[in-house]
Design a protein around this ligand. Structure first.
Ligand SMILES: Cc1cc2nc3c(=O)[nH]c(=O)nc-3n(C[C@H](O)[C@H](O)[C@H](O)COP(=O)(O)O)c2cc1C
Length: 263
């Protein structure tokens, strides 16, 4: 279990994660690792797009990115924890997401469980929880509804700590359940639409070559979804429709490819 902490200080976000760790450990034996983004060397993404186009190993920035990736790769469960800053995640966390942008193209965290922990003063937490959930889904995680806490002022009003403890306990319980559930999530119609459109584009090599290879190696040109799953008739219909639409689009792209800005 690895928690990435996006706060630049040891404040309420850390406290929220420590509370979560305590509740989680009451449910079973779990190793819990903290990664402080503020203490790690993770340079700002320069936007060259080399990771997307030619491969993440060719990123010109040499720092802790690969180590952070390995920490996620090795963990069964991953937490991204952040305070709300200007209605968003902190710059520390956002930079990490940018540096891992190639995972939107080449997802790899299937069968792993993700949960966001977000602390706000007043407003913005809902959007941030939703945002992090969506990022993690794109990267392949099975996602668990996050823990969001509102903590205003220096001192907590009477009864507030109990409410925080209860919300934390519930979040730990749902995370623990999902972590121990061997079943992969059933894809939504939107998930099927995205997978089928993207893979069909790649099957004709009308996208980025690196993505084409990645999809080919995993056999995704011939599967219904990233992993074996039972699709009902509506999802099969939507999938077949998406394949047809994407095929038309891929042919169009191929016929007019100039190769300028492809991602
Ligand atoms: C630069 C900055 C921007 C912030 N923006 C928001 C915001 O948009 N919405 C909000 O509710 N709280 C905002 N806050 C308050 C923090 O989210 C809140 O104090 C949080 O508990 C801080 O977590 P920490 O103790 O881990 O630093 C902001 C705080 C800072 C320092």
């Amino acid at each position: 279990m690895t928690a990435f902490i996006g706060s630049p200080r040891r404040g309420r976000t850390l406290k929220a994660v420590e509370g979560f760790e305590k509740k989680l450990k009451q449910l079973g034996e779990i190793d819990f690792e903290y990664i402080w983004l503020k203490d790690r060397d993770l340079k700002s993404c320069r936007g060259c797009g080399i990771c997307l186009e030619r491969g993440e190993e060719l990123c010109p920035l040499k720092d802790d990115r690969d180590d952070l990736f390995q920490r996620m790769r090795q963990a069964d469960g991953v937490i991204f924890a952040t305070p709300v800053y200007s209605l968003q995640v902190t710059a520390l966390l956002k930079n990490m997401l940018d540096r891992f942008s190639y995972l939107f193209h080449r997802p790899c965290f299937f069968h792993k469980t993700f949960m966001p922990i977000v602390v706000q003063g007043v407003y913005g937490m809902g959007g941030v929880l939703k945002y992090l959930d969506e990022v993690a889904r794109f990267w392949g995680f099975k996602t668990c509804p996050g823990l969001g806490l509102t903590i205003s002022g220096q001192n907590l009003p009477p009864g507030e700590q109990e409410k925080i403890d209860q919300a934390t306990e519930k979040a730990a319980a749902r995370f623990y359940r999902l972590l121990n559930d061997p079943a992969d999530p059933v894809p939504s119609i939107k998930d099927v639409l995205i997978f089928r459109s993207v893979r069909t584009i790649h099957s004709l090599a009308a996208g980025l070559p690196r993505d084409h290879e990645y999809y080919k190696e995993r056999g995704w040109f011939a599967t219904d979804y990233y992993y074996p799953t039972r699709l009902g008739w509506l999802k099969r219909l939507v999938g077949a429709w998406a394949d047809r639409q994407a095929l038309k689009q891929a042919r169009k792209i191929k016929s007019e490819t100039t190769g300028s800005n492809k991602y």
